[in-house]
Every structure is written in structure tokens, then in C-alpha cells.
Design a protein around this ligand. Structure first.
Ligand SMILES: Cc1cc2nc3c(=O)[nH]c(=O)nc-3n(C[C@H](O)[C@H](O)[C@H](O)COP(=O)(O)OP(=O)(O)OC[C@H]3O[C@@H](n4cnc5c(N)ncnc54)[C@H](O)[C@@H]3O)c2cc1C
Length: 436
């Protein structure tokens, strides 16, 4: 006897659990499949979740979800060998209800979110890896998808399969939904080190109190002239340090993620923040950064794609886009169930919902980012080093009069290229920043 459901969700990351939760709340029978030992066991991020979008999935979640710290300080450092141009904002208001964003461990948060889906009635199956689809019998070719086959050979049936498999779109490809092959340039590769440090030391070094948290985003020096970023997050009793960038550039420049990690850790402004911290864990993960041009066909007959598998990434944000796209997928399946129609025409409503969302508009507006970084592979580094040069001269007290000083600053820019071109480049760089 084959188990049969209204929906099967493949992957218990933020996208899959949000989809399962939404459908279970609507009274649908749902099974949520996770290949890992538990939800979150295979998931890596920086990372931050955001209060307003996450509340769309679970209102007032901050009273019960496993959160590490409320982020009150957000900084951006443009690094050179021994200096940094720093920008940032700190607000104690973000330490209070209703908050802004939180540092979380994915291993705890994903487990919690999947449990919400379970409590609403979804069946969670861990160590359950979906290998392929099963299909209705067609007259000549195979008919629409009607379930999945697990790697154990077990078959599960459903009216709809929601694919929430993350960055490697294996099943999305099998469902014939990829519009084009994904080149290495459409991904970034990040490595992460988790560093143990007592809470008091973290608070002292980052000027925090109690459960307040801080994020430092960095670019320029950490990526050895390549495109990419580094970031340092404070957790309860650990720090999360990530670094990485364009996968194709890492390969062509022969950059090893491990070397980049050592490079950031050794930077004179980063070193004192992590001094004495004990390396606890090392992880690596890809991010789908191809943008709008690489969004797959989002729906098919009896199938939908959400989250990273659908390239729902905008700037530094991915978890919230995953959860919201999962929610829209869940709502669409609930509507389809009410009408008893799971055809491609009915499931097209999912795309309409996405198109109305703020993030789809952002992803579309950023469609040039990918091309920009292909054309300017050293953009981040140039932006960072030019600003450091300018700041160094600006802040150096010397014997020049104001006119001479201004001339000197103009010369730094003109020494590279026509000043207006540099201003234009700076503007474009800042406009596209966040794309990688
Ligand atoms: C280094 C790094 C830093 C990041 N920082 C941030 C950040 O600070 N803030 C932010 O919002 N986003 C961040 N992101 C992005 C964010 O992590 C992703 O966008 C988000 O996790 C996508 O959620 P998802 O549910 O689509 O995929 P995932 O979280 O990858 O979940 C997919 C799940 O599907 C399971 N799975 C896959 N295939 C199968 C199968 N065949 N059968 C069963 N299960 C399967 C996997 O085990 C996994 O649990 C970061 C990403 C990285 C790599």
C-alpha cells in the first residue's frame, strides 16, 4: 500500500517548512521530507533572520523560537591591507520588541520551524531523500508527476510536489523546470568557521549588552582582488566568520576558501575581535547568485519550486525569501485543493503571487548585477582600495593648505582614470553591491 498525501514537500529548510506549515494550517495532508538527520543538520548560513518577513510565517515568533541575539549593530567595512573605511548603524531600539533581526543557529531554528509544521499536522520524515518523481501513466509519454521515489526505493504519492531542495536543483532539473544550465558563475561559494568565545568577551569586544548582537560585513581585502565578501556575526557564545565569492572566479584565480579564511582572520582589524576564540566547526555552502535570468520555471503540472532552488535570493537575504516563497507555494496548493485542480494553469497562481512580492521586484530590478560582476570582476576590490586611499589622505594631517589637499584627493582618483568615470564606477559599484 503506497502512502498518499495532498502534498509532498522535499526539503525541510525555511522554504519547505514554511510551505508545509501553510498547507497543514489549511487542513491539507502533507509530508515534509528531509534527507538530513534533522531539519537544519545540513544547512549553513551567516546568519540573520529578519523579524518582519518571518512574522508573516509565524507571528510573534521571537517569543518562542530559538534565537541567539537581537542585532542592534550593523556595520560595513571596506578593507585594505591595514585599514578600513567603516560605515554602520547602531540602535538600542532594535534590542526591544518588536526587534529588527536576529542571529540564529540554523540547526536550532530550522528544527523549530519544522516542528511548527508538525504541530499544525504535517508529517516530518527525516533521513528521507527524494531521488526522483513518479508519474501518472500517459498515453504515449509519461503523464504528470504524482509522487516521489525515495533513495530507499519507497514510493510516496501526492497531488502536488513542492520542491524546496535548496541550492542544488537536482529535482528541479528532473522535473524539466530549469530554463538553462547553471554555470559555475551563477553560484558563490562561502566557507564558515564557528569560533567559541565566552559571552562576556563577545559583549566587551563588540560593545554589546546582554543578548544584543552585531554584524560586520566586509569586502575588498578579504577576497584577494576577487568579487565576494566576508562577514562576522555574534552569537550567544560563538562568532560566525564567513568568507567567499564567485565560484567561477575562485576557480580561475586559484583561490582556496581556506586561504581566504586565514586571510580575513589575520587582518589587523579582525584579529583582535577573534583573538583566543576556539575554532569549533568548519562548513562550506553554495549560494544561487545568478539572479533573475536563472530563475527556473516556477511551476509545472502538479509541481512547484521554492526558495534557493528557485533562486529566491536578494542581496544578503535568502531565508526570508525562502519562507515567503514557501508560504505562497503552500497557499497556491491549498487553493488548488479547494478547486480540485492541480494543473499547470491552476498552479500558475504561484508565479502571480511571487510577482506581486517586494522581493521578486527586487530580484528583477537587480538583473544587471550578474552581468556587472562578470564585466568588472575586480569591482569590489577597486572600490574598497580607492576609498581607503582617499580616506587615508583625507585624515592625514600634513602641511598642505586646503586647496592643495583637495587637489591631492582629486589626483588619487585621476591617477586611476578620469574622475567622473571613477565617480560613475563608485556609484555603479554601490548600486550592485550585495549581488555577490
Ligand atoms: C554562507 C551563507 C550565508 C548566508 N547568510 C544568510 C543570512 O545571513 N541571511 C539570510 O537570510 N540568508 C542567508 N543565506 C542564504 C540562506 O541560507 C538560503 O537562502 C536559505 O537557506 C534557503 O532556504 P531553502 O529552504 O530554500 O534551502 P535550504 O536551507 O538549503 O534547505 C534545503 C533543504 O532540503 C534538503 N534536501 C535537499 N535535497 C533533498 C532531497 N532530495 N530529499 C530530501 N531533502 C532534501 C536539505 O537537506 C535542506 O535541509 C546564506 C547562505 C550561505 C551559504
Amino acid at each position: 500500500m503506497v502512502d498518499s498525501y495532498d502534498a509532498i514537500v522535499v526539503g525541510a529548510g525555511p522554504a519547505g517548512s514554511a510551505a508545509a506549515l501553510t498547507m497543514a494550517r489549511e487542513g491539507l495532508s502533507v509530508t515534509l521530507l528531509e534527507r538530513g538527520d534533522y531539519p537544519g543538520s545540513k544547512n549553513v548560513f551567516g546568519g540573520t533572520i529578519y523579524r518582519q518577513p518571518t512574522a508573516e510565517i509565524s507571528s510573534a515568533f521571537w517569543h518562542e523560537a530559538p534565537l541567539e541575539r537581537a542585532i542592534i549593530n550593523d556595520e560595513l567595512w571596506l578593507l585594505e591591507t591595514d585599514s578600513a573605511v567603516r560605515m554602520g548603524f547602531t540602535s538600542k531600539r532594535f534590542a526591544r520588541d518588536p526587534y529588527n533581526k536576529f542571529a540564529v543557529y540554523r540547526s536550532r531554528f530550522d528544527k523549530w520551524l519544522a516542528r511548527q509544521a508538525q504541530e499544525a499536522g504535517a508529517l516530518l520524515r527525516t533521513r528521507a531523500c527524494a531521488r526522483d518523481f513518479t508519474y501518472d501513466k500517459g498515453l504515449i509519454t509519461k503523464g504528470p508527476i504524482n509522487g516521489v521515489r525515495l533513495d530507499t526505493g519507497e514510493i510516496l504519492r501526492a497531488n502536488v510536489v513542492v520542491i524546496a531542495e535548496g541550492v542544488t536543483p537536482f529535482l528541479t532539473g528532473k522535473a524539466g523546470l530549469l530554463k538553462k544550465q547553471l554555470p559555475p558563475a551563477a553560484f558563490t561559494l562561502y566557507v564558515k568557521e564557528v569560533l567559541g568565545l565566552p559571552r562576556e568577551k563577545i559583549n566587551e569586544r563588540f560593545h554589546l549588552e546582554n543578548d544584543e548582537g552585531s554584524i560586520i560585513g566586509m569586502f575588498g581585502y578579504p577576497n584577494a582582488t576577487g568579487v565576494g565578501k566576508a562577514g562576522l556575526w555574534t552569537y550567544g557564545e560563538t562568532l560566525s566568520l564567513i568568507v567567499g565569492g564567485s565560484l567561477s572566479q575562485m576557480v580561475s584565480m586559484g583561490l582556496s576558501p581556506y586561504v581566504l579564511l586565514q586571510r580575513v582572520k589575520g587582518h589587523p582589524l579582525v584579529k583582535p575581535l577573534i583573538e583566543g576564540a576556539e575554532p569549533l566547526e568548519y562548513q562550506a555552502h553554495l549560494i544561487p547568485k545568478g539572479g533573475y535570468e536563472f530563475i527556473p520555471q516556477l511551476y509545472g503540472d502538479h509541481v512547484l519550486v521554492t526558495g534557493d532552488a528557485a533562486t529566491m535570493i536578494s542581496g544578503r537575504r535568502g531565508t526570508d525569501l525562502a519562507m515567503l516563497s514557501g508560504k505562497y507555494a503552500g497557499e497556491t496548493v491549498a487553493q488548488a485543493k479547494a478547486k480540485g485542480d492541480f494543473s499547470v494553469k491552476m498552479l500558475a497562481n504561484y508565479q502571480l503571487k511571487l510577482q506581486k512580492s517586494f522581493f521578486y521586484k527586487d530580484i528583477k530590478a537587480g538583473r544587471e548585477d550578474f552581468l556587472y560582476y562578470q564585466k568588472h570582476p575586480d569591482a569590489d576590490y577597486l572600490l574598497s582600495s580607492t576609498l581607503n586611499d582617499l580616506a587615508y589622505q583625507f585624515f592625514t594631517v600634513d602641511l598642505q593648505n586646503t586647496h592643495q589637499k583637495h587637489q591631492q584627493l582629486r589626483n588619487i582618483i585621476a591617477g586611476q582614470q578620469f574622475p567622473l568615470k571613477t565617480l560613475d564606477d563608485l556609484w555603479s559599484g554601490l548600486h550592485h553591491w550585495g549581488a555577490f
